[in-house]
Design a protein around this ligand. Structure first.
Ligand code: SAH
Length: 274
């Protein structure tokens, strides 16, 4: 680990290549999502605390942004122990909440899947449901359960990095037919590579008036092999609307990120943020 010059603002992190930003930022403060908090104080525990105390060498009095109960507040370090860092909390700071957007994301190769979780988090997704689809590879389906904690960590880090006030929920992996999303006020969009009539864009622009009444949008992305016919029928019975991103076949992670970006623009415009 190398030393960094103090008070140097580097927007994209360390130029020398270390992943963690050790620079003392003058324009933005590093953000932490508290493990415990009350009105006046907050605590980081476990791996987060250890990282801040040992790797980032926090000092008493140092300032950070602390997310406590969905609100970002200015915090100063009050005490540092190997497994706990205690902050005093000060005024609230304005920041961005998540979008009312859930992605049912079929499980695919884990390196790409992790990348998709990170990017969907940056784009403001509220919930990701890892879906075991018929064409999800067997060994991935079996290994998924043991991966969830890692996925949650990735979402948490990406949420902090993109300065969100909340961490997206990553559900336990579920077989498609067992997926049970709250349907009230929700709009369900099935991303389908075989849909030839309705594009995502057409579905959105034809629903400009109804969007203010929506409380949530759900999007479903198929596995590398695509959806099977019985799955398409299941979606139809559950009122999911098939939409296309165009005649090109995208990789699942590209389809997920493209869809989330388009929906984010649409939802932001409608001031539909939670
Ligand atoms: N194996 C299929 C492609 C599956 S792509 C084939 O080669 O035909 C994986 C998932 O990404 C799809 O199930 C769908 O949800 C999404 N996707 C990819 N391209 C898409 C497109 N042009 N329109 C809508 N969804 C798409």
């Amino acid at each position: 680990m190398h030393k960094h010059p103090p008070n140097l603002f580097v927007p994209d992190g360390c130029l020398l290549g270390c992943k963690r930003d050790l620079h003392e930022r003058t324009m933005t403060r590093r953000r932490w999502i508290a493990d415990q908090w009350d009105e006046t104080s907050a605590t980081l525990t476990g791996a987060q605390a250890e990282h801040l105390a040992r790797v980032l060498r926090a000092r008493v009095g140092q300032e950070f942004d602390i997310v406590a109960g969905g609100v970002v507040r200015r915090g100063t370090v009050e005490a540092i122990h190997p497994n706990t860092v205690l902050f005093q909390l000060w005024e609230a700071i304005e920041s961005a909440a998540s979008l009312p957007l859930t992605c049912a994301l079929s499980i695919f190769k884990f390196d790409r899947y992790e990348w998709a979780i990170e990017k969907l988090t940056e784009l403001g997704i509220a919930t990701i449901v890892p879906v075991i689809a018929r064409r999800t590879e067997k060994h991935l389906a079996q290994a998924a359960e043991a991966r969830v904690e890692r996925w949650r960590r990735i979402a948490r880090e990406a949420a902090q990095q993109s300065r969100r006030t909340d961490v997206p929920a990553i559900a336990d992996p579920v077989a498609l037919e067992k997926m049970n999303l709250p349907t009230q006020g929700a709009w369900n969009l099935l991303l389908s590579e075989v849909e030839e009539e309705t594009t995502l864009w057409a579905a959105l622009t034809n629903n400009m008036e109804t969007r203010a009444a929506l409380s949530a949008v759900h999007m479903a992305i198929g596995p590398v092999g695509g959806w099977t016919e019985p799955e398409m029928q299941w979606f139809a019975r559950q009122q999911w609307r098939p939409v296309s991103l165009g005649p090109r076949i995208l990789r699942a992670e590209t389809a997920a990120i493209a869809t989330a970006s388009i929906l984010a623009a649409w939802l932001e415009e409608a001031h539909l943020q939670l």
